[in-house]
Design a protein around this ligand. Structure first.
Ligand code: SAM
Length: 271
C-alpha cells in the first residue's frame, strides 16, 4: 500500500490528514465522551468518519465541518448522510458566532481529531464563544497536549497553558500512540477533555482573553528574567506586591489564578 493512500484518497499533508484507524481506540474514545441522543455535536474535521459514524449511532443529528471536498463528497454518500449536517468550510474562517446566533440557549459539544497545523489556533478561537459550549473533546499532538495540561514550574508551562486553563478545566482522557493513525505521524497524541469554566459573562470574555494574551506575552518574553523586569511596562513592583505576587520570580512560577489577578488589575487600570 502506498504510504499516503487511504480509502483510495491521497492524504493531504497541509490538511493534517492522519486518520484514526484503530477501532479499539475509537471505541474507547466514544465511550469516554458519554454521548446521549439529544447531544448537539459539532465535529471538526470528520475525515472518513472514524469518530463521526460511531457518534451517529448515538445522536439524532450532528454537524461536521470539513475542508476537503472529496471527503465531503464521501460523507454525503455514506449511510449516515441523513444524520449529518455536512459543512464544507475552513474551520478557521467559519463564523461560529453567526452559526450560534439563531440557536440561543443551545449548548454544543465539540469533538475532533484536530489537524495538527491548526490545533492550537483553533482551540484558542473557541474561547470567544465558550458560552455556547457544553464541553469539547479533542485529539492533540502530545507536545501541544502537554503544554495545555502543564502546571507552574514545569518546562511546558507557558502562555498556552495559562490562557487555556483560565477558560477551561482540562483533563487527559487517553494517550494515543502514533501507530493508531494513517499515515503514521511523527509524534504520539493525547485525547483531551475541556469543560468551560464560565467565570466571565460574554461581554468580558474578549477583554480577559486580550489581557491574558498581552500579560503572558510580556511575562514570557525572556524566560530567564524575573517578572518585575518582564512586566515593567505593565505593572510596577509595588503593584505586583500588592496583588500578593513576588516580582522576583519567573513567569513560569506564577499560577493561572495569579495571572487572572494580573488581568483583573490591568483591566481595572485601563478602564
Ligand atoms: N476525524 C478523522 C479521523 O479521526 O480519522 C480525520 C482527522 S484528520 C487528523 C483531520 C481532518 O480535518 C481531515 O479530514 C482534514 O481534511 C480536516 N481539516 C484540516 N484542516 C481543516 C480546516 N481548516 N477546516 C476544516 N477541516 C479541516
Amino acid at each position: 500500500m502506498n504510504d499516503l493512500i487511504y480509502r483510495k484518497h491521497i492524504s493531504i499533508k497541509k490538511f493534517g490528514q492522519n486518520f484514526l484507524i484503530n477501532k479499539k481506540i475509537i471505541e474507547k474514545i466514544i465511550k469516554k465522551i458519554n454521548l446521549i441522543k439529544n447531544d448537539n455535536i459539532i465535529e471538526i474535521g470528520p475525515g472518513f468518519g472514524a469518530l463521526t459514524f460511531p457518534i451517529c449511532s448515538f445522536v439524532k443529528k450532528m454537524t461536521v465541518l470539513e475542508i476537503d471536498e472529496n471527503i465531503v463528497f464521501f460523507l454525503l454518500k455514506s449511510i449516515f448522510f441523513k444524520k449529518i449536517n455536512v459543512i464544507l468550510t475552513d474551520v478557521m474562517k467559519f463564523n461560529f458566532i453567526y452559526f450560534f446566533s439563531d440557536k440561543k440557549n443551545i449548548l454544543y459539544r465539540f469533538i475532533g481529531n484536530l489537524p495538527y497545523n491548526i490545533s492550537s489556533c483553533f482551540f484558542l478561537s473557541t474561547i470567544r464563544y465558550v458560552q455556547n459550549i457544553y464541553d469539547m473533546h479533542f485529539m492533540f499532538q502530545k507536545e501541544v497536549a502537554n503544554r495545555l495540561l502543564a502546571s507552574p514550574g514545569n518546562k511546558e508551562y507557558g502562555r498556552l497553558s495559562i490562557i487555556a486553563q483560565h477558560f477551561y478545566c482540562i483533563k487527559s482522557i487517553i494517550n494515543v500512540n502514533k501507530c493508531n493513525f494513517f499515515p503514521i505521524p511523527k509524534v504520539d497524541s493525547i485525547f483531551l477533555q475541556f469543560i468551560p469554566r464560565k467565570i466571565h459573562p460574554q461581554y468580558k470574555i474578549e477583554k480577559y482573553f486580550f489581557a491574558l494574551e498581552l500579560i503572558t506575552r510580556y511575562a514570557f518574553q525572556h524566560r530567564r528574567k524575573f517578572l518585575n523586569k518582564n512586566l515593567s511596562k505593565l505593572f510596577s513592583k509595588n503593584q505586583l506586591f500588592s496583588l500578593g505576587i513576588n516580582p522576583y520570580v519567573r513567569a513560569e512560577n506564577i499560577s493561572v489564578s495569579q495571572y487572572f489577578l494580573l488581568a483583573k488589575e490591568f483591566l481595572k487600570i485601563k478602564n
